[in-house]
Design a protein around this ligand. Structure first.
Ligand code: FAD
Length: 384
């Protein structure tokens, strides 16, 4: 496939946001829409390195509503997009070990229930009953979402890319955008390692790199890359098949089944922003020790793989949707470490914004870029 010199719409970034937007534009009859990805394969950025967790349990109404739209799209993915994405409803169990988190999560569970999410409150004793192999003597309680679970990220990204290609849209890998041309306040195209492509509409879906891409157009975007890492273990037959996605919230430590073993991760809250995607082996030891304290079985297991990726963090841990001061230059990024699950509805919303000038499925206009300058941020509490 040769790179065209012109396109009606051009998307920068082949992660879940770019792929979903490409598909939804194509499904709305847009044929001259192209996606450019700098890596050899699609979905090798944050999307391909994520834990695959999907949940309704958020602290703000807008994030819960994004989940209420997006997770059913993942459930229907096979029928609508033609790709099995292996949705496993193992449930998310947030375990809380301090009073402040208990208060916040009780409030959040009430908000989730009000919006129609079936989050259940569990006592400390119930946590210990549900997780007999884990040490949660200090567990004060927790919240459990039975419809939360896991989905395969690569299947979602490739499902959208393949479905979009069948509809006539084109996705190119190994094409890096190196510059953005702006004339009289309007975007007119992008410079790449394979030449110039003119386009009156350009979507910045560059995830953790969205700030760099924004600067190419002279737009300041407050998204910083922050490294997060995890590892998987050899089989642990003692872990039951219904083991939930367990989160020790105060430590940002989590466990979920991966094959017959576990995937274990922990967020380093001292991590400085940066683009390094190598595993920090010192912190990996901290993670391993914390994991063994909670689940001594881990000591018996070997490590199968480990990797790091980048969260795309905004000051209020909410994404940015919509336009920028440069006409035609749009932004869909900054999902702050929980965006994989919102990718389906996000691409749909971006398509509505580009084609109709408004978000129809769900009003996310409050999540615009201008909110940071205008002091309209809303903070998410349930960040892992
Ligand atoms: C360790 C980890 C665990 C996570 N766990 C979860 C989870 O359990 N659940 C959840 O919902 N979310 C999770 N996330 C967050 C989730 O992965 C992201 O929110 C989501 O994948 C962001 O998608 P994206 O398309 O915006 O970014 P990306 O997937 O990073 O895609 C952006 C793409 O843009 C490309 N690009 C950048 N610059 C250029 C350029 N100049 N030219 C061309 N291409 C360019 C990149 O190569 C990249 O492929 C996790 C993230 C990490 C790192």
């Amino acid at each position: 496939m040769t790179l065209p010199h012109t396109a009606d719409m051009l998307i920068i970034g082949g992660g879940v946001m770019g792929a979903s937007t490409l598909y939804h534009l194509a499904a709305h009859g847009q044929k001259k829409v192209i996606l450019l990805e700098k890596e050899e394969f699609f979905g090798q950025g944050a999307s391909g390195r994520c834990a695959g967790g999907v949940r309704y349990q958020f602290a703000t109404e807008i994030n819960i509503k994004l989940s209420l739209e997006s997770l059913p799209m993942l459930e229907r993915f096979k029928t609508e997009i033609g790709q099995d994405v292996d949705y496993r409803k193992c449930g998310y169990l947030f375990v809380l070990t301090n009073e402040q988190d208990v208060t916040a999560f009780k409030r959040n569970a009430a908000l989730q229930n009000k919006l129609g999410v079936d989050t259940e409150w569990v006592t400390g004793d119930e946590v210990r009953e549900r997780l007999p192999s884990m040490h949660f003597e200090d567990g004060l309680g927790g919240s459990f979402g039975p419809n939360d679970g896991l989905v395969d990220p690569n299947s979602v990204v490739m499902g959208y890319i393949n479905a979009a290609s069948k509809l006539g849209a084109k996705a190119f890998s190994n094409i890096e955008v190196t510059g953005i041309k702006v004339e009289h306040g309007k975007v007119s195209g992008v410079e790449t390692n394979q030449g110039f492509v003119s386009a009156p509409v350009v979507v910045n879906a560059a995830g953790p790199w969205a700030g760099l891409v924004g600067r190419m157009a002279g737009v300041e975007i407050p998204i910083v890359p922050v490294r997060r890492q995890m590892f998987t273990t050899t089989p642990l037959p003692e872990i039951p098949s219904d083991f939930p996605f367990v989160l020790d919230f105060a430590q940002s430590l989590y466990f979920h089944r991966e094959g017959n073993g576990l995937l274990i991760g922990m967020s380093n809250h001292d991590e400085k922003p940066g683009f390094d995607q190598n595993v920090d082996e010192d912190f990996e030891l901290v993670n391993l020790e914390a994991a063994i304290q909670r689940l001594p079985l881990v000591e018996k297991a070997g490590m199968v793989s480990h990797w790091a990726g980048l969260y795309e963090v905004t000051p209020d841990a909410h994404p940015i949707f919509g336009g920028t001061p440069v006409e035609g230059f749009h932004l869909l990024a900054g999902f702050s470490g929980h965006g994989f699950m919102h990718g389906p509805v996000a691409g749909k919303l971006m398509t509505e914004f580009i084609l109709d000038g408004k978000f129809r499925t769900l009003d996310v206009s409050a999540l615009d870029l201008a909110r940071f300058e205008e002091g309209r941020q809303i903070q998410e509490y349930n960040v892992v």
